[in-house]
Design a protein around this ligand. Structure first.
Ligand code: SF4
Length: 443
């Protein structure tokens, strides 16, 4: 059995900056015709001339091959600065380069990747794809580039009156630039049959994937083949009409029952409880969401359902109620798990700019998770890490800037959406006053 440290050494033996993700993992945005591997480097354009010659350019662009080349030569690709920063900190910096390279979809292929000349194409084992950005929600923290509802809002109202205006800004899609047929989606369907045999993880993101016919085309395609090592994953806001939820659930359950794929994971997003969750994710119907979670859990029982919480300042007041609701659901459905990550962008919604009383609330929620006795150590650890980050706080300058922008953002958001922040979040009234005073003094 090779230990984790031995695996790390084997990775470094290839070169001090070698990373298998550069060969085997890709996130492809078929709307704008870009990709990156892994998700840390900036997305780069997939040139249409390269794609016309070979659909594998969806992953194996000349640009990416150059990055692989310099990695093999022992030079750090600048686009991977996320990892170099971690590795240059004091102590043993275990960057994602090590973590990803030793993941189950990467490490077993080390020898194959090592033997490959830098110019060669390779099939990825981990693919994440966005077919479309059509989405029925316009979440407060989301981007115009991945939600048509936000793009429409930004066309109508323009930028928010905050310091960093780029967050919700948008650009024209590849499909809009080249006509009705999207060449990237066309190339995907030529390429997918070629890579299926090697695929271990295939994840569909959006937009809302259930609103795009390609998601159902994938399910149909997989229903006519057998992919024994494939984990299929789909993100969804689950705030959709019953007929779509039923069609989707039936299709996935059939894939599992017939043994067409190894596993299925549904990533369903909600960030706090009830009406406050509806404020954060504009367009969400919380009751419908919970009803659909229950439906999927019970009708596709051998799948895994991950509740994804993007934890922002707005998650804090009602998070205990969400935990209690999830705890009851977990008693009924053993296939349901909670995942919490902290929101980084936009900065003005970050939880680490809050006042001390709200930090105490998070500590109480960690205790609540323990008392409920339905959450695993892994799940509790996720909220504990958020507590550590929030309690470390931001710098004074960051607090001032983010609080001013928070105040400006929620007022403008209320104007655009017809919502009322103080009625929705009475527990954040004092924090709102702090932000307003900061804006009056410094804004
Ligand atoms: S080195 Fe880091 S940033 Fe670059 S591909 Fe690997 S994991 Fe991603």
């Amino acid at each position: 059995m090779t230990s984790q440290e031995q695996k790390f050494s084997q990775i470094d033996e290839v070169s001090s900056c070698f990373c298998i993700a550069k060969w085997l993992q890709v996130t492809i945005d078929l709307v704008h015709g870009t990709n990156h591997s892994c998700h840390h480097p900036k997305r780069h354009k997939i040139p249409l001339d390269q794609l016309a010659k070979d659909p594998s350019a969806l992953h194996n662009t000349l640009f990416k091959k150059q990055q692989r080349k310099i990695m093999l030569e022992g030079t750090r690709p600048p686009e991977c600065s996320y990892c170099w920063t971690v590795e240059d900190t004091e102590g043993r910096g275990i960057s994602d380069r090590y973590i990803k390279s030793t993941d189950p979809w990467a490490y077993p292929h080390l020898e194959k990747v090592k033997q490959l000349a830098w110019k060669e194409n390779i099939n990825p084992t981990y693919v994440e794809v966005m077919f479309d950005k059509v989405c029925n929600l316009a979440c407060s923290y989301c981007l115009a580039d991945i939600s048509s509802s936000i793009a429409n809002e930004m066309r109508k109202f323009g930028p928010y009156p905050v310091h960093n205006k780029s967050h919700r800004d948008f650009q024209e899609t590849a499909a809009e630039l080249v006509g009705e047929v999207n060449p990237y989606v066309e190339a995907f369907w030529k390429w997918f049959p070629e890579i299926l045999e090697d695929l271990e993880v295939f994840r569909i993101t959006g937009g809302e994937p259930l609103l795009n016919s390609n998601t159902f085309k994938v399910i149909d395609y997989l229903g006519s083949s057998v992919s024994k090592k494939l984990t299929l994953a789909v993100n969804s806001n689950l705030c959709l009409e019953d007929h779509l939820i039923k069609k989707f659930t039936k299709g996935i359950n059939q894939l599992l029952v017939e043994g067409r794929i190894k596993d299925f994971e549904l990533y369903a997003s909600v960030d706090t409880y009830g009406q406050q969750a509806e404020y954060i994710r504009n367009g969400l119907d919380y009751s419908q969401f919970i009803k659909n979670v229950e439906y999927f859990c019970s009708e596709a029982p051998s799948s895994r359902v991950v509740m994804m919480c993007t934890y922002s300042v707005l998650s804090i007041p009602g998070f205990d109620k969400l935990l209690k609701e999830l705890s009851e659901l977990k008693k009924k459905y053993s296939n349901l798990i909670l995942d919490i990550s902290f929101l980084r962008h936009p900065e003005y919604l970050r939880a680490n700019m809050v006042t001390p009383d709200l930090v105490t609330k998070i500590a109480g929620d960690i205790e609540l998770m323990k008392e409920l006795a339905t959450f695993s150590e892994y799940e509790i650890g996720k909220l504990t890490r958020i507590y550590d980050w929030v309690s470390a706080g931001a710098t004074k300058d960051q607090n001032n800037l983010y609080r001013m922008d928070f105040y400006s953002f929620v007022n403008e958001y209320d104007r655009r959406k017809g919502t009322n922040f103080l009625e929705s979040f009475p527990e954040l009234g004092e924090f709102y006053t702090v932000c307003r005073k900061t804006k009056m003094l410094l804004g």
